[in-house]
Design a protein around this ligand. Structure first.
Ligand code: DC
Length: 221
């Protein structure tokens, strides 16, 4: 079976995952959030104090990351434990960005990502999907928004929660992560030459979803 593969890349906080999840559910595709896989390895590194490239390279083969899809919703398993709800802390976010720059970590996840795409109709989001993981994807989108806009969306999401960081702290973390993701040597975040740029700075959520669904329909018809 030839599967349909849609790649959505872009910086953190651009809404890739929530937008991909909504579109995948509407189209009855599977949504694969590859960031969650890097986050699972980041969580492992935090728990086991092995964040350095040398330590990670030594232990990567024993880190088993798998995905389960329950009703189309992705759950991330780390060595058999469901860690989906534990990988969103600021500490794991920064650890994920760090471990994602390590070649052995990327090689470890690449095969799994390719395999899922070969077996399912998917919308896969991440940083290097259009450039490295699925260079022949049916459609590639580069989804972005200004760092200030992404920081203020994140602040609005978090402001009711205890220990909410300030807007300035969120903006600083976003800018740092953008820089790290775009400047690492291996599979840096960048727009694939054949990707369609969608800047959501001045777009509402539903508007973005409809726009991308139109791009998908145009491409597949
Ligand atoms: O999308 P996210 O914030 O959940 O991603 C967490 C980290 O994982 C991010 O800093 C970059 C990295 N990542 C990556 O390098 N390649 C991907 N395909 C997806 C995420």
């Amino acid at each position: 079976m030839k599967t349909i593969n849609i790649a959505i890349d872009g910086p953190g906080g651009a809404g890739k995952s929530s937008i991909s999840r909504t579109i995948a559910s509407d189209l009855h595709f599977i949504h694969v959030d590859t960031g969650a896989m890097y986050r699972a390895i980041g969580l492992y590194a935090v728990r086991n104090h092995c964040l350095s490239p040398e330590q990670m390279t030594d232990c990567i083969d024993s880190i088993d990351v798998t995905l389960k899809f329950i009703g189309g919703t992705q759950r991330v398993m780390l060595c058999g434990e469901d860690v989906t709800d534990q990988i969103r802390t600021p500490e794991v976010t920064m650890a994920a960005s760090k471990v994602s720059a390590i070649p052995a970590v990327r090689a470890h996840l690449l095969d799994l990502q390719k395999k899922i795409a070969a077996e399912n109709h998917i919308i896969m989001d991440g940083r290097d999907i259009g450039t490295v993981v699925l260079p022949d994807a049916d459609l590639k989108i580069y989804l972005t928004a200004s760092a200030k806009e992404r920081a203020s969306r994140r602040y609005l999401e978090l402001r009711e929660k205890p220990d909410c960081p300030t807007y300035e702290e969120i903006l600083r973390d976003i800018e740092q992560r953008d820089y790290d993701d775009m400047h690492r040597e291996i599979a840096p975040l960048k727009q694939a030459e054949d990707a369609v740029l969608v800047d959501t700075s001045d777009m509402g959520f539903n508007e973005v979803v409809e726009h991308i669904k139109t791009l998908i329909r145009e491409k597949l018809d």
